[in-house]
Design a protein around this ligand. Structure first.
Ligand SMILES: [Fe+2]
Ligand SMILES: [Fe+2]
Length: 355
């Protein structure tokens, strides 16, 4: 008999979040090494990339190079914030290594496609790096939700540039470039994997700490902006190219980022979340019971439950295939999430999971 999530002690929930994060991280690394071990210099036919792209396409390449340039900040500041969590901090390092490859890739693209001189690349990189990026939030929970939106938005940018480089419609034919297409598709696969990791992590937080997680989600949604725009010196020109080519914009953000991510997190709409949060904030902290009831009403609990179990199954399968299950198995599945509703206040209970 498994204890319903609503009855687990705070410590037990934290332990399960940490364990699931570690399991996800180990699964992620294993898979990324097996499926996405591409090489910046050798995996693409750099000499064959077009050198006559129109200025907007070159501006996009410049912009992506610029944003990926802050990888030392993205990685280091996250690692320091997350250092106490094995799974989160190790993942952060791995994620940073993948983002660093993107920066290298766009560097090559500027040199080969943009015909930038090495001096010009160095000068631009130095200008960019004279400012440093700061974490948009200073706690690990907000960072998860921020990164969910950021990774999905990044993936869409690259997927839309891929669509232009594919050149398969009359409107995009003039951008046709198989090398640029291969580059974009490769990065899209990485960004999709990053998004999937953070999405699972966010779902795990929503499962074990729904009130805190929903509050963080709402905070992040209210203030979301893509990283580094404020510190890239020529962002206005880059932004114009982004809007002109249609690779990203406010409409894409609302329809393809916000709504899609919310749906995948089991939150019906922005409005449902906002209303739920307003009600949550009217209830004093002591009444854990009522707060959890409201949280469960905002979430599509059966969907969340299904998605979290799917992630845990994936981890478990990895552990069984590799033998890790013998020495370090994941924790049991969460008990019924429905028990978030109408259970006694969490803070009064210390109920470790019973086998
Ligand atoms: Fe990236
Ligand atoms: Fe990414």
């Amino acid at each position: 008999m498994q204890t319903p999530v609503g009855l687990l002690s705070r410590e037990e929930r934290a332990r399960r979040i940490e364990r699931a994060t570690r399991g996800l991280y180990r699964w992620y690394v294993d898979r990324s090494q097996a499926k996405r071990a591409w090489r910046v210099d050798s995996s693409f036919d750099w000499r064959a990339i077009r050198t006559d792209h129109d200025p907007d396409i070159l501006r996009l390449i410049e912009g992506y190079f610029a944003v990926e340039q802050y990888v030392p900040d993205y990685t280091a500041k996250g690692v320091l914030l997350l250092r106490e969590s094995y799974g989160r901090s190790q993942f952060q390092i791995r994620w940073g290594a993948e983002e660093a490859k993107h920066a290298d890739l766009w560097r090559n693209a500027l040199l080969f496609a943009g015909r930038w001189s090495p001096d010009r690349v160095e000068q631009y990189a130095a200008d960019l790096r004279s400012a440093s990026w700061e974490l948009p939030w200073d706690d690990p929970v907000h960072i998860v939700f921020y990164t969910v939106f950021q990774e999905l938005a990044t993936k869409l940018n690259y997927a839309n540039l891929a669509r232009l480089a594919a050149g398969s419609t009359p409107e995009t034919a003039r951008h046709h470039d198989p090398v640029l297409l291969a580059i974009c598709r490769t990065i899209v696969a990485d960004e999709a994997a990053h998004y999937a990791f953070y999405l699972d992590l966010a779902r795990i937080l929503l499962t074990y700490t729904p009130v805190e997680a929903l509050e963080a989600l709402e905070d992040v949604m209210r203030e979301f902006a893509m990283p580094a725009q404020a510190i890239v010196p020529n962002w206005p020109e880059i932004q114009e190219a982004i809007l002109r080519t249609g690779v990203y914009g406010p409409r894409t953000f609302f329809l393809d980022v916000l709504q899609v991510a919310l749906g995948q997190l089991g939150v019906e709409s922005r409005r449902a979340l906002r209303d739920g949060i307003r009600r949550l904030r009217l209830v004093p902290d002591e009444d854990g019971n009522l707060r959890h009831t409201i949280a469960a009403e905002v979430l599509d609990v059966p969907q969340l439950d299904r998605d979290v179990r799917r992630a845990l199954d994936r981890i478990r399968q990895h552990e069984e295939e590799t033998g890790l299950a013998l020495v370090d198995p994941t924790l049991p599945e969460p008990g019924p999430l429905h028990a978030l509703i109408a259970e006694p206040p969490v803070k009064d209970l210390v109920a470790p999971n019973r086998p």
